[in-house]
Unconditional design. Structure first.
Length: 301
């Protein structure tokens, strides 16, 4: 009898995975979207990640309102609006009210591959990559002068190497409001993730100055910038802080002056008549006008 044969492999290849996903890669040359791992592997709602990937895959000008997204996804308005709020809080999505050349005010939506980018400087992804900048030659430390040989043996002591000068402070940071810079620098005490560079602090300082000029205390500005931050902050925090400082709060109303209160006439107090117990206004307690008239008539009769 012939032996039964099977097409199954006798044993697995050495080093093959025994669990987990195995990727079958296909090189795509069209109809694909580049997505950062920070966004694709973002912890939280899968609806939020799906909405973000869908928006990134659409060309510029595609409507991404709640109604438009609900027509594409099976989820309702509550989940879609919650996903947009999470993306906005994480710095991926930004809504701006801008004035068109015709004078109309419209809301434009910006979506960032990486939070903290500048929408006014959008490089062309299809263009040639920027050539690398040439590296500046490293300056060699000064060496000791060569001492000519003499009949006597002399020890030559090398000149001490001068320490490199400290990096100068950028001009924009030096011109910024010191109080605003202090508020931004102290954010890491509340949340260690809020570490800013000198350029980022110089860019955010004018907005913090406007908040302080509106009458808010530095502690109130710090509470506004650090409240309800996402648990997984996988990107630099400058984009989130810039979004929270985008709008300037209303200034405190001016207190009423004492001159205005002095001009107002004094209100005569309300009293009860001693005769008929009817209410009337008078500077001193006594009888009302009718009771006084009756008293005069009774005295005259």
């Amino acid at each position: 009898m012939a032996d039964s044969q099977s097409n199954a492999r006798l044993r697995a290849d050495a080093g093959a995975l025994t669990s987990g996903v195995i990727h079958v890669r296909t090189r795509l040359t069209a109809d694909f979207t580049v997505i950062s791992n920070a966004l694709a592997q973002r912890r939280g709602s899968a609806v939020t990640t799906g909405v973000a990937v869908y928006i990134l895959s659409q060309p510029d000008g595609t409507p991404v309102t709640i109604a438009a997204l609900c027509e594409h996804f099976d989820e309702g308005e509550i989940l879609i609006s919650r996903a947009l709020r999470e993306l906005e809080a994480a710095g991926y999505l930004e809504r701006r009210r801008e004035r068109t050349p015709t004078g109309q005010v419209r809301t434009r939506t910006y979506f960032y591959d990486v939070p903290g980018g500048d929408p006014d400087m959008d490089p062309d992804p299809d263009g040639p990559p920027e050539p690398p900048r040439p590296r500046r030659p490293r300056r060699e430390p000064p060496t000791a002068p060569v001492v000519p040989a003499t009949t006597e043996v002399e020890e030559t002591v090398a000149a001490p190497v001068q320490a490199e000068a400290e990096t100068p402070i950028p001009l924009a940071l030096a011109e910024a409001d010191p109080q605003a810079i202090a508020v931004l620098a102290a954010l890491r005490r509340v949340d260690p993730r809020l570490v800013l560079s000198a350029q980022e602090a110089a860019r955010l300082a004018p907005a913090v100055t406007r908040w302080l000029a509106a009458g808010l205390l530095p502690t109130q500005v710090t509470d506004h910038l650090t409240a309800r931050l996402p648990d997984s902050l996988l990107v630099r925090p400058a984009g989130i802080l810039a979004y929270r400082l985008k709008e300037t709060p209303l200034p405190l109303p001016e207190p009423a002056g004492s001159a205005e209160s002095s001009v107002r006439p004094a209100v005569v107090p309300l009293r009860n008549c001693d005769g008929c117990d009817r209410g009337f206004r008078a500077a001193e307690p006594g009888r009302c006008r009718d009771c006084r008239s009756r008293d005069q008539l009774r005295a005259a009769g």
